[in-house]
Design a protein around this ligand. Structure first.
Ligand SMILES: Cc1ncc(COP(=O)(O)O)c(C=O)c1O
Length: 378
C-alpha cells in the first residue's frame, strides 16, 4: 500500500502528460515555454487570485514574496511553530527574525489570540525569547494552512490591517481548499504554494507559485524570479534569484489540473470515510463548518502513537509523522532562545500526531483494513 499513490494517478493522466511533454521536447522549449503562462492563467482562474507567478519551489515562492515586500534585518515575521522548516527558514535567510506562535488545538493552525499577544509584545518592546532582539518592526504574518485546512483568515486579515502588516498565506498544503466562498491561495496580501510531488497538486520534481492581486507587486515578483531583471534580459535592476519553474513541470501540473477537481472531491470522500470509522477511537481531524480541506494529510492523534504506528507497519500500512519536533525546538533556530514548554499545544500535538495514507485513489478495501487495524490497536 502507498502513502500517496502517484503511480495510480499517473495511469489516469498518462496520455495528457506524455503528449504535453513530447510537445515540449519537439519544440526544445525547456525554459519559460508557453506552458508557464498557460499554467499561471489557469491557477489564477481556479483560485480566484488576481495574478499567479510560477517558480522553482514552494520555498522559493515564500522567499520571493518576502523579498518583494523588502523583508530583511530588523523585521519580525510571525508564524506558527508547527510547520515545515521552509516557512520559517526563508525569514531567517533574509536576515529577518521568525517570531513563533503556538497553534490551535483543534485545527493545528496558528492560534490567532496568541498571535495578537505576540504582535503586541514585539510592538511594546517585550521579550519574546532570550535570543530575539528588542526593537524589531512587526512586519509580516505567515499563517500556514496545515494539512490542507485554511487558517482563520477573517481574523488574520483584520489583524494584518489593524497592525499594518503584510499577510502571506503559506498554502503549500492547501491548494484546492476553501473557506466560505474563497479558495486557498486567495487570502492575505500574497499566497505561496508548492507543487512538490506529494502535495495535493504536485509536479514531477520541484515547483511552486506565488499569488497576489496587485499588478505592481507582480511586476516586482517577475523581476525577482529572474535575477532581478529589468526591461531587458541583461539589465538588472535589483538582486533576485534563479527562481523559474521548468516548462516540463508546468506541463505536468497542467495535465493534473484536468482532473484536479475530481481528485479533490474524491479526497473528501476518503476523509469522510476515515472520520466515520475512526471517531471515538482516536482524535480525528476537525474541519470547521463552511470549509473544505485539501487533505494534504489525514492526521490523527492517539495516546500510544509508536505502538499504533508499529501495529500498522506490521500490516503493511505506511504512516508518517508531521511534525515530530516544532520549529522553536529545532537546532537551526537555537540562537533565538525559545524554550521547551513555551508552546505547549504544539509540543503536545507533536508527540501524539501521525498521518495515514491519503490520496484520491485509496480503495475502500484498503481503507477498511486501515480503519480495522487502528480500531484493534486502540
Ligand atoms: C507548509 C509548507 N511550506 C513550504 C513548503 C516548501 O515547499 P517546497 O518543498 O516546494 O519547497 C512545504 C513543503 O513541504 C510545506 O509543507
Amino acid at each position: 500500500m502507498e502513502f500517496i499513490d502517484l503511480k495510480r494517478q499517473y495511469q489516469a493522466i498518462k496520455p495528457s502528460v506524455q503528449k504535453r511533454l513530447s510537445d515540449i521536447l519537439e519544440r526544445a522549449s525547456f525554459v519559460m515555454g508557453k506552458e508557464i503562462s498557460e499554467l499561471e492563467d489557469s491557477l489564477a482562474h481556479y483560485t480566484g487570485a488576481g495574478h499567479c507567478l510560477t517558480c522553482s519551489s514552494g520555498t522559493d515562492a515564500l522567499l520571493l514574496a518576502l523579498m518583494a515586500k523588502g523583508v530583511g534585518p530588523g523585521d519580525a515575521v510571525f508564524t506558527t511553530t508547527f510547520t515545515f522548516i521552509a516557512t520559517a527558514e526563508v525569514i531567517s535567510l533574509l536576515g529577518a527574525t521568525p517570531i513563533f506562535v503556538d497553534i490551535d488545538k483543534q485545527t493545528y493552525n496558528i492560534d490567532v489570540w496568541k498571535l495578537r499577544s505576540a504582535i503586541l509584545s514585539v510592538k511594546n518592546g517585550g521579550v519574546v525569547a532570550a535570543g530575539v532582539p528588542a526593537g524589531l518592526t512587526a512586519k509580516a504574518i505567515i499563517p500556514v494552512d496545515l494539512f490542507g485546512l485554511c487558517a482563520e483568515y477573517d481574523a488574520l486579515e483584520a489583524m494584518a490591517k489593524e497592525f499594518k502588516m503584510f499577510l502571506l498565506e503559506d498554502a503549500a498544503q492547501s491548494f484546492g481548499a476553501t473557506l466560505g466562498a474563497r479558495m486557498a491561495c486567495s487570502f492575505g496580501t500574497m499566497a505561496a504554494t508548492s507543487f512538490f510531488p506529494a502535495k495535493p497538486l504536485g509536479c514531477y520534481g520541484d515547483g511552486g507559485a506565488v499569488f497576489c492581486d496587485d499588478k505592481d507587486t507582480m511586476d516586482v515578483l517577475k523581476s525577482l524570479r529572474i535575477h532581478g531583471q529589468g526591461a531587458d534580459k541583461y539589465e538588472n535592476v535589483r538582486i533576485g534569484i534563479n527562481g523559474r519553474m521548468d516548462t516540463m513541470q508546468a506541463a505536468v501540473v497542467l495535465a493534473k489540473m484536468e482532473i484536479f477537481e475530481q481528485e479533490m472531491e474524491r479526497r473528501q470522500v476518503v476523509a469522510a470515510r476515515y472520520s466515520h470509522g475512526l471517531r471515538g477511537k482516536v482524535v480525528v481531524p476537525h474541519v470547521p463548518a463552511g470549509t473544505r480541506s485539501a487533505w494534504a494529510q489525514y492526521s490523527i492523534q492517539c495516546d500510544n502513537r509508536e505502538g499504533m504506528m508499529s501495529a500498522l507497519k506490521n500490516k503493511g500500512i505506511p504512516t508518517a509523522i508531521y511534525y515530530p519536533k516544532p520549529l522553536h525546538l529545532q537546532k537551526a533556530f537555537a540562537q533565538l532562545g525559545y524554550e521547551r514548554g513555551q508552546f505547549p499545544v504544539a509540543e503536545e500535538i507533536a508527540s501524539r500526531i501521525f498521518s495515514l495514507p491519503m490520496h484520491p485513489y485509496l480503495e475502500e478495501k484498503d481503507q477498511d483494513m486501515i480503519i480495522d487495524a487502528i480500531c484493534k490497536a486502540s
